[in-house]
Design a protein around this ligand. Structure first.
Ligand code: NAD
Ligand code: UDP
Length: 312
């Protein structure tokens, strides 16, 4: 049994990760400031004697004793990370410094939830880990993109300078139960709109692509990376390499929900990446990991979750 800290543990991915780590027999300390996280995501874990919840903002130092740290704290949806861009950068940078300092003192292994956004609007397709990216350093997304890039740089600096054992996962778009109805990301938006009979808000002409990974697959990838040999630092792309256009996604969700909703075309947000698809060769070879849940199956689970949880 290890003592595992999960920052952002009350969020979408964090809550699934806490659940998985408890199932694997670990003691879990969930730290969250509830900016986008919700108590109901982890309320079913509160009675477990091996689970502890702490309200804390990782931009401030944290003194605890742990063996492993998963650093997931950071809003992930563009509308939420752009709501308070300075706090987003602080969470990425000060949060990384605080968690790396904690890892250094406790000799804990630490995993960073980085993102495909480090590739920006990519000119290399599919994206491999050695591609340096194409990021607008001043734009509205930069608080997140550059924050996450700085965090990666901090992770490798602490590794080289202080020997901290690091793991960097570049997570591609992930979806599933426990996304907030007001999360703002495309899968939850389209499902909620379809179930409420509202227009689906399709930005641009819908030809931009993303590659969607179901949450259970993603969590498996993060745990495999954390448990991998110490030479495996990453960065490793963790995602599902099946690419879909947003127009096709909208159509699929309309079909799966049987919704009479229409599609409403809205302007494309600035710096919205045109295409995104992970090359997961490294994850396959270094971790023996690859996703197994097809989009349609994952969407059915997610639609089932929202049907149960939305007050319609
Ligand atoms: P989320 O918004 O549901 O979860 C983030 C959690 O972090 C929330 O519980 C929030 O309250 C908490 N948090 C934010 N700032 C904090 C702070 N300063 N101190 C403590 N807690 C804080 O998002 P998610 O989808 O679960 O994403 C989790 C992580 O994975 C993020 O770091 C995100 O950048 C990364 N990621 C997610 C995706 C995805 O598709 N879900 C893709 C790429 C990267
Ligand atoms: N998108 C959309 N309608 C929405 C929300 C998002 O068409 O209601 C588009 C968005 O412009 C982008 C894609 O869906 O091209 C994925 O957006 P999301 O915010 O989920 O993630 P990210 O852009 O960070 O990959």
């Amino acid at each position: 049994m290890k003592r595992v800290l999960v920052t952002g543990g009350a969020g979408f991915l964090g809550s699934h990760l806490c659940e998985r780590l408890l199932q694997d027999g670990h003691e879990v300390l969930c730290v969250d400031n509830f900016f986008t996280g919700r108590k109901e995501n982890i309320s079913h874990l509160l009675g477990n004697p091996f689970f502890e919840l702490m309200r804390h903002d990782i931009t401030f130092p944290l003194h605890v004793e742990v063996d492993q740290i998963y650093n997931l704290a950071c809003p992930a949806s563009p509308i939420h990370y752009q709501f308070d861009p300075v706090q987003t950068i602080k969470t990425c940078v000060h949060g990384a410094i605080n968690m790396l300092g904690l890892a250094k003192r406790t000799r804990a292994r630490i995993l960073q939830a980085s993102t495909s956004e480090v590739y920006g609007d990519p000119s290399v397709h599919p994206q491999t880990e050695d591609y340096w990216g194409h990021v607008n350093p001043l734009g509205l997304r930069s608080c997140y993109d550059e924050g996450k890039r700085s965090a990666e740089s901090l992770f490798f600096s602490y590794h080289r300078q202080s020997g901290v054992e690091i793991k960097v996962a570049r997570i591609f778009n992930t979806y599933g139960p426990r996304m907030r109805p007001d999360d703002g990301r495309v899968v939850s938006n389209f499902i909620v709109q379809a179930l409420r009979g509202e227009d689906l808000t399709l930005f641009g002409d819908g030809s931009q692509t993303r590659s969607f990974c179901f949450v259970a697959d993603l969590i498996g990838g993060l745990v495999s990376l954390m448990e991998s040999d110490s030479e495996v630092t990453g960065p490793l792309n963790i995602g599902n390499p099946v690419e879909t256009s947003m127009a096709t996604l909208a159509q699929t969700i309309l079909e799966l929900t049987g919704s009479p909703s229409q599609i409403r075309y809205l302007p494309l947000p600035t710096d919205d990446p045109r295409q995104r698809c992970p090359d997961i060769t490294r994850a396959r070879t270094q971790l023996g990991w690859s996703p197994t849940i097809p989009l349609q199956e994952g969407l059915e689970h997610t639609i089932g979750y929202f049907r149960q949880n939305l007050q319609i």
